[in-house]
Write a protein that binds this ligand. Structure first.
Ligand SMILES: Nc1ncnc2c1ncn2[C@@H]1O[C@H](COP(=O)(O)OP(=O)(O)OP(=O)(O)O)[C@@H](O)[C@H]1O
Ligand SMILES: [Mg+2]
Length: 317
């Protein structure tokens, strides 16, 4: 598969502040890429450079084969951009608003009417066609804004926090919409701080902090990349003291934790293990051979939130 977005050594300085530092990133065609990071990390800055609204201090970027520096018009034709703030809605009806943007993209009046109807039904606003834009709820405005970015049928959608400020149901609606757009063949680059929200809709994620990309890949690849410490829970039929002594002498066991969480069963310990799956299987084999009465042996798999916390706390690099 080819890369539809390519970023090389992108740096952006605002005076003495370095908002982006040597960012490298590639995104495959058809991907739904979640760009995750805390406030001020550099997400909007990156998106504004990709959409040609902001010039980088140094570095290069291409969207759909067009260089943002040398062919900004080509880039703009290829992308639909939804900024992180609402535009001004003036005194317009919902359909007029979309018709206006379609006209801006020089779509002929004859095909505009049908297109506006299609876009409204895609974002589930067909029933609001004749309402005033300012009368819509925030979630509806967000969906209308998304419809607007689709007016010229772009290959790539760049969406800055499309789900921010929405209630859980409206967030789910946006997520469903992203899935539909992916199925239509769009590549989607969107930002968020709500990690659990993006996990199941993304094909890949990147985590940015203080202008640096600190992790990139699909979720399971990222876990592997990040995890030098695997946490293994072992539960015995009886006292764990002999087990503790034994495991601490084993290879790849960096330590043990006997302070149980509320949800851990009695007679359990947690191992901090740095080996591979094969080495983990060998460790289990040795424990069984020693006659330890093991009733459970399992790896704790954290969710996306844990991965993020590990990275941003700098525990694992
Ligand atoms: N026009 C500007 N002038 C000066 N500094 C800026 C400007 N725009 C952004 N910054 C700074 O650059 C850094 C990155 O900002 P950016 O808006 O890209 O972050 P973000 O990841 O989008 O954050 P948020 O989650 O709050 O939207 C921040 O420290 C911000 O204060
Ligand atoms: Mg932002």
């Amino acid at each position: 598969m080819s890369n539809i977005i390519e970023i090389q050594g992108l740096t952006k300085k605002y005076g003495s502040l370095t908002a982006l530092e040597e960012l490298d990133l590639t995104i495959e065609e058809g991907a739904v890429f979640g760009f995750i990071g805390p406030n001020g990390a550099g997400k909007t800055t990156t998106m504004r450079i990709l959409t040609t609204l902001l010039k980088p201090t140094s570095g290069k970027a291409w969207v759909a084969g067009h260089s943002v520096a040398d062919d900004p018009r080509g880039v703009r034709r290829a992308i639909g951009y939804m900024p992180d703030f609402f535009g001004v809605y003036d005194d317009m009806k919902v359909w007029e608003y979309l018709d206006f943007f379609a006209a801006c993209y020089e779509i002929p009046p004859s095909s505009r009417n049908g297109m506006v109807g299609d876009l409204l039904s895609l974002v589930d606003l067909g029933h609001k066609k004749d309402e005033m834009v300012e009368s819509l709820s925030r979630g509806m405005k967000q969906r209308l804004c998304l419809a607007r970015t689709l007016a010229h049928d772009p290959q790539v959608l760049i969406l800055d926090e499309p789900a921010s400020g929405l209630d859980p149901r409206a967030r789910i609606e946006i997520r469903e919409l992203l899935r539909e757009l992916k199925d239509m063949g769009k590549t989607i680059f969107f930002s968020s701080h709500i990690l659990s929200e993006v996990a199941d809709v993304c094909t890949s994620i990147g985590i940015i902090e203080a202008g640096r990309l600190i992790a990139h890949g699909n979720l399971s690849e990222m876990r592997k990349q990040l995890r030098a410490h695997r946490l293994i829970q072992v539960q015995l039929l009886g006292d764990t003291a002999p087990l503790q002594e034994f495991v601490l002498q084993q290879e790849h066991v960096a330590g043990i934790d006997t302070k149980l969480d509320a949800d851990m069963p009695a007679n359990s310990i947690r191992l901090d293990f740095s080996g591979s799956d094969e080495q983990l299987a060998q460790l289990l084999g040795r424990l069984v051979a020693q006659g330890f009465p093991i009733i459970s042996f399992k790896e704790e798999t954290g969710d996306l939130e844990d991965v993020f916390m590990q990275v941003t706390k700098g525990i694992v690099h």
